[in-house]
Design a protein around this ligand. Structure first.
Ligand code: SF4
Ligand code: SF4
Length: 388
């Protein structure tokens, strides 16, 4: 594994887009605009999905190159200026938005500025320290009105273990455990919705009930309102690489336990269903008991040849990220977007499309992976309608 990173600066014209949907598999309830200002991530997790992706990510995995798209904030603004229907922005699906290069080039911060300028909410997921400037930018001040997108901006912090020695193995260049819990506290103290992700849980390494309980309770004490969990799964392409690292860090015995446990093939190589169900059942009950909402991330079983999402059984919130964020729309004469009334943003489950865009209501149409061109089309359809 190469942890000596080289930074390659590039310009890009890549387009904003929604979730990638393969084989009808989608568990994310809400739409998001996915934003990766960087390809490659200096946090350096050995199990990172990005290691299995094509293109620049191959160079990241093999050679430790991190690609920095220095013009991306301008590209994002240009694309947002062309749409009239928008979902919440998401920094970032396959890289950490606050990895170390962010301190130098600030692309994530600039992209947040763009979203706020247009009054579109934005969320982030991180294993690093959240920059104070970002918290100041997204917190709702007393002078802002009820249609401010800031009330829908939120942060997710990935905390995989309470054991700092394990954290150094699982997220080697991320923030230390204290800082991660402090991230939650800093969000909560500024009234920003805070999510703790135990994503993924490592069988036989981070799955002890008492450790999970300690993690959940510390997250709650620090202000988290929602827990998201998953069990480690492995893209086929990096299966050997991940297992070699399991052996290197945790020994041969754990390695052979993984060989026996990882026998399901649900797009990725997954742990046995009964193992996963037991862990999820424990966590859901724990969260119920301590008044936290709970959801899974991308966990499936195969039923009658179809992928069935396990959130149907285990999710206690309306949206898997724990917060209901409406779709945002704007009039062609205005810069700012505003929330569509009465929408909870759970498009995957929605059957009534009170927003007026039936193509978004995937309770009717089935799961979709939206592209920028779809968002442009939604805007045209809405031109004659009064939404807010
Ligand atoms: S922090 Fe996330 S994106 Fe970065 S290496 Fe780890 S798993 Fe990959
Ligand atoms: S009303 Fe339904 S389909 Fe329309 S944006 Fe909201 S959740 Fe999605």
């Amino acid at each position: 594994m190469n942890n000596n990173f080289t930074y390659i600066y590039k310009t890009t014209q890549k387009e904003l887009h929604g979730w990638y949907v393969a084989d009808n598999r989608r568990e994310c309830t809400a739409e998001r605009l996915l934003i990766n200002p960087y390809n490659g991530c200096s946090v350096g997790c050995f199990y990172c999905y990005a290691r299995a992706l094509p293109g620049y990510f191959e160079e990241y995995h093999k050679e430790g190159k991190i690609f920095v798209f220095e013009n991306f904030p301008e590209v994002v603004e240009e694309q947002i200026s062309q749409i009239y229907v928008s979902s919440c922005g998401y920094l970032s699906p396959v890289t950490d938005p606050f990895q170390s290069i962010e301190q130098k080039v600030g692309l994530s911060k600039k992209i947040i500025e763009v979203f706020l300028k247009y009054n579109i909410p934005i969320e982030f997921i991180t294993k690093c320290e959240i920059p104070q400037e970002v918290i100041e930018m997204i917190k709702l001040s007393s002078f802002e009105d009820e249609k401010s997108c800031k009330k829908h901006c939120f942060g997710q912090v990935s905390i995989l273990t309470v054991d700092e020695n394990l954290r150094k193995i699982l997220a080697p260049n991320g923030a230390d455990t204290e800082t991660l819990f402090l991230n939650l506290r800093r969000l909560a103290e500024n009234k920003i919705f805070a999510v703790c992700r135990i994503d993924p849980i490592f069988p036989y390494v981070t799955d002890r009930k008492e450790d999970l309980k300690e993690l959940v309770l510390r997250a709650k004490d620090n202000g988290a309102k929602h827990i998201i969990a998953s069990i480690l799964d492995m893209p086929k392409k990096i299966y050997d690489f991940v297992l070699d690292n399991i052996k290197k860090f945790f020994g041969s015995s754990v390695y052979y336990d993984y060989k026996n446990l990882y026998i399901e093939n649900i797009g990725y190589i997954n742990a046995k269903l009964d193992y996963r169900m037991k862990v999820f059942d424990y966590l859901r009950n724990l969260c119920d008991k301590y008044d936290l909402t709970f959801a899974l991330c991308m966990e499936y079983r195969v039923t009658d040849g179809y992928y069935e999402g396990l959130n149907k059984i285990f999710m206690s919130s309306t949206n898997c990220e724990g917060i209901d964020i409406p779709i945002y729309v704007r009039k062609s004469s205005e810069v700012k977007f505003y929330p569509a009334a009465d929408c909870k943003g759970a498009c995957l489950l929605c059957k009534d499309a009170i927003c007026g865009i039936e193509d978004l209501a995937q309770g009717i149409t089935g799961p979709k992976g939206l592209k920028l061109k779809d968002y442009k089309l939604f805007g045209k359809k809405l031109q004659q309608q009064v939404l807010f």
